[in-house]
Design a protein around this ligand. Sequence first.
Ligand code: SF4
Ligand code: MG
Length: 328
Amino acid sequence: AHDLSKRFPGPKKLFAPARFVTAVDRVSLSVLPGETLAIVGESGSGKSTLGRLLLRLLAASEGRIFYQGEEITRAEGARLNQLRRELQIIFQDPFASLNPRMTVEQIVGEPLWLHQKMNKADRHFRVAELLKTVGLPAAWADRYPHEFSGGQRQRIGIARALASGPKLLLGDEPVSALDVSVQAQVVNLLESLKYQLGLTMVIVAHGLAVIRHMSDRVAVMYLGQIVELATVDEIFDAPLHPYTQALIASAPQMQPGTPRAIPLLQGDLPNPANPPSGCRFHTRCPFATDQCRQQEPINQVLEGGRQVACHRWQEINRDRSAILVAPP
Ligand code: SF4
Ligand code: MG
């Protein structure tokens, strides 16, 4: 994706209504074949919108999208239908995304009928296969969504996404509506499907815990922009951007005894319709200066393709390593 932006009409009932909200603001990133890329951010950061732009489920206001070298920003008709098959989405709430009046066989079989015009007998057979692939008994195909638990419903949603034969699977907070005990099972399922089927995955998440074990690279979003993009180890072990540092520091599973050298995230996310001037993180950043308040930092691409958008990342991280290695 190159310089991608998406504006929505602003909310109407505010005292100072914005004409539009820029949910995604000049984002450039690549999803590499076979990788799992996580897009992380608070709600309102634009992460779900970015995911939908990449899949062509939403039309970009500006910018261009490429898929396997082909520009698909304005693909339509038969080509768009083909893309919709290859680029599939799994939703956060498996209950809301499944039609309650359809049986599992109808739900999972619908794409087979719509896209492939598969006949009923073949569909029956294929649905049974897909259910097995996601760890559900084929005999449950004539049941309705309400007869299943949250985790089972998410498996049905995954089976439906797989029915189209996707190359890329986008999970929009695929486990955040599930009980913690079930989350790991669905994460494991997605991981094994990825390897079995050679999928590329994009996982949109607001928390870091889930993505640590399943992603290769992480893009951190703040108010519509990517502030840092790096490998999962770089993000967790040596985050460069103050926002990423705050996210890591506030994540619950810190190793006991690790000194909290980094301040926790303070304050609320500013109104996305009216983002702060300069660096958008300046209202919550402990390192903010006048330059930060006035001038938007450019997204710097470092060696190895790592990206960071902060005026002061070098100073900050020099100071930080000094703090961490200082003798007691
Ligand atoms: Fe903080 Fe300034 Fe960096 Fe923004 S540019 S993250 S305000 S130090
Ligand atoms: Mg969302």
